[in-house]
Design a protein around this ligand. Structure first.
Ligand SMILES: C[S@@+](CC[C@H](N)C(=O)[O-])C[C@H]1O[C@@H](n2cnc3c(N)ncnc32)[C@H](O)[C@@H]1O
Length: 724
């Protein structure tokens, strides 16, 4: 579908709006109208319903000036299409919030003037009440939500400030009540208010309770950095030496350590998590069972992190058994590091020598949205800055990430280090008035250069040989999609030395050939290496660069006359293969002739010179299969070796040993198939050792491409009989 006209239309609308820049709005709603519009149970208006598209407007930098230094302003000062830099607008909501794409409510300012406030970039699953509820006060510059007791609230709007210990107790009880109803955002607010109040000397136990409770609510909201800080603050440093009080303190500390451990675990700080869980375990005389379990779990993660040893079969099984593709595993990153790259900006480099098939990196998604997940429809996002339009999953991922970043400043900083396509100005995430200010425009730009498409469950589900759009490459229109922080530093090469596969939200990157210590890790962003024009066009459009790898260089050196000569035999071969012809002698002769003609149009196929086209590998594969049908194992072996050669894998056999040089191979199902045809032909001739060498190579390549062995035995089951 061509979205260009739609995009153009949005751009034009935005330009039209610019004509009113600096003017005062003349069509402001009055209070009576707003009271009806935001009455309890009021239906969304037609205008609100038509707002089915989120528009990322022309970018402007976020406000990073603390509230104390902003000049107050009023609704009457607002001007159309104008960013009121350096100003703050204090508003109080007075309607019932509605959530239609964005969250809306009626607001009034200090003079009693009214208007509608619409907040975008909220998560689609957050109820409107959480975002613009009636008991909140807002300052609008960037949106800063002020607690009721906040002294920055102008006196006229300021509600009574809770100061006494007794009031703090009431607030804590209210917090607990809303927590019980799973209203965790509100619970955090109550606990925070109570914390402002409960500063009375000698009442510290209330503070510990409040921090501990807030840690729990923050944990459930995914605000892990806040949860960790709260849980830390909830740890009671000194306890009486003995007696009931000692026991009670240990119990409370056990809870605090447990929550701190869970937050650290969620932040993937496994050593720290393990430490907290261990301390939690020690708080109970018989050893807390939950904490014990968590100590064990953290130990597994530490082991994965240290050794890179994962039980991929079990991970894959877990995805099927639980239907949960968000896996609980650590990252393995010790074999690589980020450095300045020759090709472009930063890249990822091997810090030790790696062999073909070795794990380069295994990483859990920083953020991911699976197509299979029920997404409350956010239909479309149009980015006027990058001229891109994204659908369901990508829009949801953007909102998820914004939530994660704005509540976890350290994670926001890690995300903000990723490539942003040269976005300016580069405002780093920073804490202003206790909030992490995230430049949402830049965050969206970063997303566009760093997303990977992933399969719904795992790479091995894909039917091998099919170039379906679930291989972690290419453009998506609503498919599963995610961001992997470290993998994002990997630069592209069509003939890269690594490739990626997925199990759930874990990205598994393996070496497709040996990689020297200090060598840059490169992988193809798009895996359709046999369609060069499409690949290059996509790289240009999506990632903004032209590839100059060895393949592309060879392609660029291919003359027009050569391409012209290749066109006809390539088309003839494609027609011959679709539908697959009968494997009789006449067709075999025909295929051999076509293959010779096609190969004559290449200077040199394989060995990283020219990428072999689909017709060529198709003919090679068909010939192997035809000779299997004709029970001609020697011919199968010859054809399989030729196909492997055309794919860049040099095969040599000496002293009853097969050596496959994979230094310049094009990894793919065709190569795995070819090796397996050769393996089974040798088995059928009783040459078990030679067959075994081919099979080992095939299996290794299969795991490189799909991340695990699952499906390998089934795929080659029919050939298996020959080995017996
Ligand atoms: C996911 S980032 C890779 C990391 C990036 N080089 C960095 O400095 O953070 C993707 C961007 O890297 C650049 N890039 C990747 N591979 C490249 C290549 N082969 N040639 C030129 N630029 C490349 C492009 O600008 C692309 O949009």
């Amino acid at each position: 579908m061509d979205f260009a006209p739609l995009l153009q239309c949005f751009k034009q609308l935005s330009l039209n709006d610019q004509e009113h820049k600096g003017m005062k709005a003349t069509d402001k709603p009055d209070r009576a109208f707003l009271e009806i519009l935001f009455a309890k149970k009021a239906k969304p208006s037609l205008e609100e319903c038509l707002d089915v598209c989120s528009i990322i407007s022309y970018a402007y930098p976020p406000s990073v000036i603390p509230l104390a230094h902003l000049q107050p302003m009023f609704i009457s000062d607002l001007r159309l299409e104008t960013h009121h830099h350096g100003r703050a607008l204090y508003l109080k909501t007075f309607g019932h919030p509605k959530c239609v794409q964005a969250v809306r409510n009626a607001v009034e300012d200090l003079k009693g003037d009214v208007d509608r406030l619409v907040v975008y970039n909220t998560h689609p699953t957050s109820p409107a009440e959480r975002i613009l509820c009636t008991r909140l006060l807002w300052c609008v510059s960037h949106l800063l939500h002020l607690q009721l007791g906040d002294e920055r609230i102008p006196a006229v709007l300021r509600p009574r400030v809770v100061r006494s210990y007794e009031e703090a107790i009431v607030l804590k009880a209210e917090g607990n009540a809303v927590y019980g109803r799973k209203a965790f955002v509100e619970a955090v607010e109550y606990y925070s208010e109570a914390l402002q109040a409960s500063c009375t000397e000698g009442k510290e136990s209330l503070r510990y309770d409040l921090y501990r409770n807030r840690a729990s609510a923050n944990l459930l909201l995914g605000r892990f950095e806040g949860a960790l800080a709260d849980a830390d603050a909830a740890i009671i440093p000194s306890a009486p030496d003995s007696g009931v009080l000692k026991e009670a303190t240990a119990k409370l500390n056990g809870k605090a350590y447990y929550r701190a451990g869970r937050a650290a675990y969620a932040l993937r700080n496994f050593p720290r998590a393990a430490e907290y869980f261990r301390k939690g375990e020690q708080c109970s005389p018989s050893g807390d069972a939950d904490a014990k379990q968590e100590v064990k779990r953290a130990a597994y993660r530490l082991e994965e992190q240290r050794t890179g040893r994962y039980d991929f079969a079990a991970m894959s099984e877990a995805v099927s058994a639980t239907r949960n593709n968000r896996l609980d595993h650590a990252d393995f990153t010790t074999r690589v590091e980020v450095r300045d790259a020759e090709i472009h900006g930063r890249g990822l480099f091997a810090v030790e020598a790696l062999k073909m098939g070795d794990l380069v990196l295994c990483e859990k998604a920083f953020g991911v949205v699976f197509a299979s997940e029920k997404i409350k429809a956010l239909d479309m996002t149009v980015n006027l800055n990058t001229n891109r339009l994204s659908l369901a999953t990508r829009s949801t991922l953007r909102l998820n990430l914004l939530q994660k970043l704005s509540h976890n400043p350290d994670q926001a900083r890690a995300y903000s280090n990723l490539y942003d396509g040269g976005y300016t100005p580069r405002t780093p995430p920073q804490l202003v008035d206790g909030l992490t200010v995230v430049d949402t425009f830049r965050a969206a730009a970063i997303l566009e250069y760093n997303v990977f498409i992933c399969p719904s469950e795992r790479s091995s589900d894909q039917a091998p040989g099919k170039n379906n759009n679930e291989d972690g490459s290419g453009t998506d229109l609503g498919g599963s999609i995610g961001v992997w922080l470290l993998a994002s530093y990997i630069n592209h090469a069509c003939n890269g030395n690594a490739t990626r596969a997925f199990i759930g939200d874990m990205m598994i990157i393996r070496a497709v050939r040996d990689i020297g210590a200090g060598e840059e890790v490169l992988m193809p962003y798009i895996n359709q290496w046999n369609d060069q024009p499409a690949t290059l066009a996509q790289l240009k459009v999506e990632w903004g660069f032209e590839c100059d790898c060895k393949f592309c260089e060879a392609d660029a050196n291919t003359t027009k006359a050569q391409l012209e000569r290749r066109k006809a035999p390539s088309e003839v071969a494609s027609r011959f293969l679709s539908p697959q012809p009968l494997p009789n002698a006449a067709n075999i002769r025909k295929a051999e002739k076509m293959l010779t003609e096609l190969k004559a149009t290449y200077d040199y196929v394989g060995s990283a010179r020219n990428r072999p086209d689909l017709a060529l590998t198709g003919l090679g594969t068909w010939l192997c299969q035809a000779h299997i049908s004709a029970s001609s194992p020697r011919k199968v072996i010859a054809c399989a070796n030729r196909l492997l050669g055309d794919l860049g894998y040099g095969v040599s056999i000496a002293n009853n040993t097969v050596v496959i040089d994979h230094a310049s191979g094009c990894p793919g199902t065709s190569a795995v198939d070819a090796a397996m045809y050769a393996a089974h032909a040798h088995y059928s001739l009783g040459e078990r050792k030679l067959g075994g060498h081919y099979e080992m190579f095939a299996e290794r390549l299969y795991v490189v491409m799909l991340g695990e062995k699952r499906g390998f035995a089934e795929r080659y089951e029919c050939l298996e009989l020959l080995r017996a």
